[in-house]
Write a protein that binds this ligand. Structure first.
Ligand code: IVH
Length: 419
């Protein structure tokens, strides 16, 4: 009997380690087949001893469906949002405000990518993941523990035994990698389901399922970006704490850097703007934070945002191309959206061939015509939009676009929804 118990414990430790290597570090030590064999052995042994099954076992990632909806959760420390800046001067003003707030101290800044996803709170007690919640209105969110447990890069049990970090609240961004989103949208298109417009909607929509089994099938991932109210003699800065959490098994932002001046921060931010399209996840800017916790505390927060952190938004990515054709796309609910087929053009790491034109009024307002050269823009959206027509390049004898009167699928007359 004792032998089985020891074997179960060992298998769990090993599987946790391999999970971490695979899902967090992207650097597996064993093949998928070997991993599956370990998992199968654990499942078999646990079947024989259900009394030994604990919630932190790697077999327990997918739980029961919630029938009553998500229970509410109060955030003891509110989940704030960030003020935005859009250029270097606004960042310099932020630096001035920080210096004014701190007196003579020279602030050290830590800079991270701003991931396009949804914020969640993760609570650990005695090294175990006990509760996960959405931001909600910042004070009250939903308890989505069962759904977050299905995300393999969230450790169910910490890999290290740092006393200061065993009971801790951390926050991070759940996101769906670009590839995963494209694949999911392709599948949804086949099934006639509505498409997710951007990575944030896809992540938020996925976390709302009451059935964890469905969430487990979505390609969700996380980056940790916040540590809440840590009082520790050992971990005194955001950066050091994140590095310790990384060792404990969490996925930390790649490309996190510390700088001793705002000018260096600005240079780092600018170096990322042209590169962001090549990342496998959506990034809409950078986040600049004062690194030492004691300085963060001195600066404090307003009702909505901390005074020790700010976001820096990248300008939207734009390109010009030519509209070859305009066709109507019919959604599952019968909503018709005009879409432009474009000369393929590289933008933000992918080749763009289509842009949404939203609706008839938008086409009229911008006077978009087939054959026009247009400026397109990729915000956080999957399908870019047409910003404007470049009239100087309009060919003679083009005609204003006439919206089709009939549905391309069923042939019946289209109806304008004036809502
Ligand atoms: S720090 C007090 N760091 O952006 C708020 N947020 O616009 C501290 N986000 O609600 C948040 N990447 O959901 C922080 N590296 C990062 C982030 C990040 C994405 C999100 C987060 C936050 C929102 C604010």
């Amino acid at each position: 009997m004792e032998k089985n118990f020891d074997r179960i414990e060992r298998l769990r430790r090993e599987i946790h380690l391999h999970n971490w290597r695979y899902y967090v570090l992207n650097d597996p030590l064993i093949s998928d087949g070997e991993y599956d064999a370990l998992m199968r052995e654990l499942i078999e042994l646990e079947k024989g001893h259900p009394e030994w099954v604990t919630p932190d076992s790697p077999t327990q990632r997918i739980g029961e469906e919630l029938t009553e909806g998500f229970p509410p959760v109060e955030h003891k420390v509110p989940m704030l949002s960030l003020d935005n800046t859009y250029n270097a001067d606004e960042l310099r003003e932020f630096d001035k405000r920080v210096r004014k707030g701190l007196g003579k101290v020279n602030p050290e800044y830590v800079v991270e990518l701003k991931i396009d996803g949804v914020a969640v709170s993760l609570l650990y007690e005695k090294g175990l993941f006990v509760r996960g919640a959405t931001r909600g209105d910042g004070h009250r969110g939903d308890d989505i523990t069962a759904n977050l447990r299905t995300i393999r890069s969230i450790p169910l049990k910490l890999l290290t035994h740092e006393p200061d970090l065993m009971s801790i609240e951390i926050r991070g961004e759940i996101y769906m990698p670009k590839k995963g989103l494209e694949e999911l949208n392709r599948e949804r298109e086949k099934l006639g389901k509505s498409l997710f417009a951007n990575p944030r909607n896809a992540a938020a929509g996925s976390l709302k399922h009451l059935d964890p089994q469905r969430v487990a099938q979505r390609p969700l991932d996380i980056f940790i970006h916040t540590v809440v109210g840590l009082r520790s003699k050992k971990y005194k800065t955001h950066y050091d704490t994140l590095m310790a959490l990384k060792k404990a098994g969490f996925k930390i932002h790649p490309n996190i850097e510390v700088f001793d001046s705002i000018e260096k921060v600005i240079r780092y931010n600018d170096s990322w703007a042209p590169k962001r399209g090549g990342l496998e996840f959506g990034v809409d800017g950078m986040v600049v934070k004062v690194n030492p916790f004691d300085l963060q505390k001195i600066l404090g927060s307003t009702i909505k945002t901390p005074r020790w952190a700010i976001s820096y938004k990248f300008p939207a990515e734009q390109a010009t191309t030519v509209i070859r054709e305009i066709h109507l796309q019919v959604g599952r609910t019968g909503v018709v959206t005009p879409v432009a087929n474009l000369d393929p053009v590289p933008l933000g790491g992918t080749t763009i061939q289509r842009a949404t034109l939203h609706n008839e009024d938008e086409i009229k307002r911008k006077d978009i015509r087939v054959g026009d050269t247009v400026l397109i823009e990729k915000g956080g959206e999957v399908i870019p939009k047409v910003v404007k027509v470049i009239l100087e390049k309009r060919k003679p004898r083009t005609k204003p676009y006439l919206f089709q009167k009939k549905c391309p699928v069923c042939g019946r007359g289209l109806v304008r929804d004036e809502k």
